[in-house]
Design a binder for this molecule. Sequence first.
Ligand code: KIV
Ligand code: ZN
Length: 499
Amino acid sequence: MADRLYIFDTTLRDGEQVPGCQLNTVEKIEVARALESMGVDIIEAGFPVSSPGDFNSVVEISKAVTWPTICALTRAVPRDIEVAAEALRFAKRGRIHTGIGTSDSHIRYKFNSNRDEIIERAVAAVKYAKKFVEDVQFYAEDAGRTDNEYLARVIEAVIKAGATTVNIPDTTGYCLPDEFGRKIRFLKENVSNIDKAIIATHCHNDLGLATANTVAGIMNGARQAEVTINGIGERAGNTSLEEVAMIMKCHHDLNIETNINTKKIYSISRTVSNLMNMPVQPNKAIVGRNAFAHSSGIHQDGVLKNRESYEIIDPKDVGIDENSIVLTARSGRAALKHRLEVHNVHLEQDALDAVYDKFLKLADSKKDINDDDILMLAGKDRIANARIKLDYLQVSSGVGIKSVASVGLDIAGEKFEAAASGNGPVDASIKAVKQIIHRTMTVKEFLIQAITKGSDDIGKVHMQVEHGGHIYYGFGANTDIVAASIEAYIDAINKFAEQ
Ligand code: KIV
Ligand code: ZN
């Protein structure tokens, strides 16, 4: 019989730590429900002591979700543990995830402490968490760079104190797969009570090795993988859920299975990308736009003769169904509602009517409306409720002439207008907006991405704007990319203008 690998999703905790990708509680519940429907075993819902928003999200996700375990993160600090326990009070199955740094660098510089004292603090935290919940997970932060002998001492002590899962994070993404695999094997062989706990991997992708390290850990005895959708997370991100799930599915030789319904992968990948305004790189394994696109003649010929010649995964196994691109100007509300519900977006009648109106407008300028388009339309309500809105935009530009833009803004119901010239239509439009909003702000990052293919496609724009030493993220989507750019710029401004 195959061994079971538990999937612990931390999209809503480690994933959400990415600056600019924060979700509100309603959005987090949407992601949590999607994770539940795809079969995730444990959902890390937040770090309750870190903010009232995180606390509230853990409370509400605990109520909204039925069978996955809901996990709350803490430091090895009594107050953190009390707050986490309080946030988990509605969870049908609640887990406290407590821990402390164990590498020499963490012990010396972060805690100004010593190895024995760190073990005492780790044990005390686990014992205290046990007073509130039975299910306690311990993390040894920076375990990737922790001396194995010492790590084994820590792990043995926390299991003795009651930890039932022991998490071995490669916090800095430093390890090589062989090294990480040996670390897990070392713990299996040298921690006398290891059979009383499940070993978890938690790998970061700084060297592009997160998935490889996770698989090496699993091959050496870990039975819980900590992952995020699309591999999102701070810096280069975390191990991606879809990669681990598909590796276990493709490699029967490993004889390890997960509870993941892989047919839900594509849909949840898009939901997370849309809600977090975080584009998926086109060549991302499993969920990237090009993951199943064969462009070379030799490959196309081979795939047409027999798909398996060049494809190890049937796109349908991850929920990519080419037939899903079906909506046109003649599609009715019911078809729109159905496609949104396939992606776990459930709208009340009023909201559906509003999205349907936007859908018809879009269908005037774009022949085929795909799932990404309608998800984007469903998410646009945020812009409709913003304080600063784009009223109109008129641009004249071309080759050999200076671009000129006129912009109208609606700021809390009051109308403002300005015109400016620039070295391109976006530059001219931004200068016009700046004449109305008198703040010092600089565009730091500007990314335009087409959602699918044709020239009538929607352009998605992600922008980072610096103001007062902070970076604010903005998003815009429009068939007109200059308009999308200005929408993104205004979206970013709204984030600090509201403060
Ligand atoms: O990367 C890490 O070490 C973490 C821990 C808090 C689990 O995210
Ligand atoms: Zn992490």
